[in-house]
Design a binder for this molecule. Structure first.
Ligand code: C2E
Ligand code: MG
Ligand code: MG
Ligand code: MG
Length: 286
């Protein structure tokens, strides 16, 4: 009996594993079609200048509306896109779409001349030889200056390809493109790399912002990163600001920009334009 039970358990287990593998496979094949079926969109979340209370830039964040599963989080589909290589196509689309949107806002007169859009770039895109060409292509197509585009790269993407990093980032800088290091504090970066690479902005990961007013450790870490950035002459972004008391504390500590639900969730193109109109009339007070 014990033996029979044992076999049953193994079967159930194998079955669950099988189902999960199938679900994963479905997600992959569905994602393959998502771009041209127009199931992917970009949402935009403002980064607020903490001194003036005005939007400084918008981060473009991919959204997938699956025909039957509904909304699928990027936390779920970006890793699938990365492991299958689909991120290359998805990333090219995101760059193009973000530039198209910014150009539209500019021609509609809602975007100030220096407003930027920030696009996430994954390690795999970074490792390829065509990233610079793809970026220049998007800028040219929509007649945008390089300074209006920011690329967000994680610490780990840079650490995985240190040689490539120097080369690619320098080429992008030559076109005035702004470089931000995303999720700073969660990976490993050598201080040497930070100093040598043309990185303009450090984005402090939201896991540190969440507890910065309650946890001594988080507070210390935030202060340390802000002071490091200021010594290196880099701007700073605090991600995941959910409350205005955090925004006030960060401003007092000299953090340059703030991003988070306290100011706005990521919203679609039209709502982002509306946010621009509203904040042009009146800055956010906090
Ligand atoms: P990320 O680049 O670090 O983006 C910030 C994430 O924090 C976004 O999650 C955003 O919605 C979320 N967030 C912003 N403010 C708050 C807040 O106040 N509280 C909380 N709890 N969360 C906040 P999202 O949109 O789910 O994206 C998750 C990750 O997926 C991104 O993290 C990025 O790594 C990746 N991703 C999204 N779109 C793209 C893309 O087009 N290309 C690539 N390569 N990665 C992308
Ligand atoms: Mg990002
Ligand atoms: Mg981030
Ligand atoms: Mg993050």
């Amino acid at each position: 009996r014990a033996k029979a039970l044992g076999r049953g358990c193994t079967e159930i287990y194998q079955n669950a594993e099988h189902l999960e593998a199938r679900a994963q496979f479905r997600l992959e094949t569905d994602l393959r079609h998502a771009v041209w079926r127009r199931e992917l969109t970009l949402n935009y979340q403002p980064l607020i200048d903490l001194k003036t209370g005005r939007p400084h830039s918008f981060e473009a964040l991919a959204r997938w509306h699956h025909p039957t599963r509904g909304f699928v989080s990027p936390v779920e589909f970006i890793p699938v896109a990365e492991s299958t290589g689909l991120i290359v196509e998805l990333g090219r689309w995101a760059l193009d779409e973000a530039c198209r949107t910014l150009a539209q806002w500019r021609s509609d007169g809602v975007a100030p001349d220096d407003l930027r859009v920030a696009v996430n770039v994954s390690a795999l895109q970074f490792a390829r030889d065509d990233l610079v060409a793809v970026v220049l292509n998007a800028l040219e197509r929509y007649d945008l200056p390089g300074r209006c585009l920011e690329l967000e790269i994680t610490e780990s993407a840079i650490a995985e390809h240190p040689q490539k990093a120097v080369d690619v980032l320098n080429q992008l800088k030559a076109q005035d493109v702004i470089i931000a290091m995303d999720d700073f504090g969660t990976g490993y970066s050598s201080l040497g790399a930070l100093q040598q690479l043309p990185i303009d902005i450090l984005k402090i990961d939201r896991s540190f912002i969440a507890g910065m007013l309650e946890l001594e450790e988080s507070h210390k870490l935030v202060c340390t990163v802000l002071s490091l950035a200021s010594h290196l002459g880099k701007a700073t972004v605090a991600e995941g600001i959910e409350r205005f008391d955090q925004a006030v504390a960060l401003r007092d500590l000299g953090c340059t920009l703030g991003q988070g639900y306290a100011f706005s969730r990521p919203v679609d193109n039209a709502h982002a334009a509306e946010f621009l109109r509203r904040t042009a009339a009146q800055a956010i007070a906090f």
